[in-house]
Design a binder for this molecule. Structure first.
Ligand SMILES: Cc1cc2nc3c(=O)[nH]c(=O)nc-3n(C[C@H](O)[C@H](O)[C@H](O)COP(=O)(O)O)c2cc1C
Length: 204
């Protein structure tokens, strides 16, 4: 089965009965990919979407360092992932590192929302990938120091996540342990996370 054949919406329904744009329900994080290398134009289209994300002071602290499958640096960056991620991410078309600048460029002050802003940019990238029929799967399971060395990330910047992006592949090509997990995940209910009037600590 091809991941794009999975009827995501059947697994993902707004629990509240409220309707949200279908694009939010259609995005998920498959692991099955074909291994076909992504073209520069595809990668830059993803970054173009991310570029339009909002950020504090419009500082745009996000940076993207990408390596396409089989291009120079691919094996080195792949090797920084934990084995459980390497197992499936080796068939990604590219790895995109999401990096954020910790200080504002305009005054050198600490930028308290750099990670938050980079998170918004990553979501734009993920939604663009989904719209293009591509898989985008965020990862934090990697050796941070090794990945920063590999990508030559300066001290002023923080590596937030590495995104495995690629063309959707066949679930049966995944190792058994991943085949059964190849389903869109659920979510907390609105009642657990939306509080009118002030924060509520719910019983665990
Ligand atoms: C910052 C971040 C780090 C993640 N790290 C990993 C990872 O190392 N390995 C992995 O298999 N999935 C990873 N995920 C994927 C999440 O597990 C996944 O997004 C979550 O279960 C929700 O599923 P969905 O994206 O299909 O809706 C990560 C996602 C994000 C946003």
């Amino acid at each position: 089965m091809n991941v794009s054949d999975i009827k995501v919406a059947q697994h993902r329904e707004a629990t509240s009965g409220l309707s949200v744009d279908q694009r939010f329900l259609d995005r998920w994080s498959p692991r099955a990919m074909t291994g076909q290398s992504l073209q520069d134009t595809e990668l830059l289209t993803l970054v173009e979407a991310a570029r339009w994300a909002p950020s504090c002071f419009n500082a745009q602290p996000w940076r993207f360092a990408y390596v396409a499958n089989s291009s120079p640096g691919w094996q080195e960056l792949l090797a920084t992932l934990v084995p459980g991620n390497q197992a499936w991410a080796q068939r990604a078309g590219a790895l995109i590192a999401v990096i954020s600048r910790k200080e504002f460029e305009h005054n050198g002050a600490s930028a308290p929302t750099h990670a938050f802003d980079a998170g918004a940019a990553w979501m734009s990238l993920a939604l663009q990938a989904s719209a293009m029929g591509l898989v985008a799967h965020g990862m934090r399971g990697f050796d941070l120091d090794a990945a920063c060395d590999c990508l030559k990330v300066p001290q002023l910047y923080e590596l937030q996540a590495i995104i495995a992006v690629g063309h959707p592949g066949r679930v049966e090509d995944l190792a058994d342990a991943y085949q059964e997990r190849e389903l869109p995940s659920g979510r907390k209910t609105l009642a657990e996370l939306a509080f009118a009037g002030g924060f509520e600590q719910l019983p665990q």
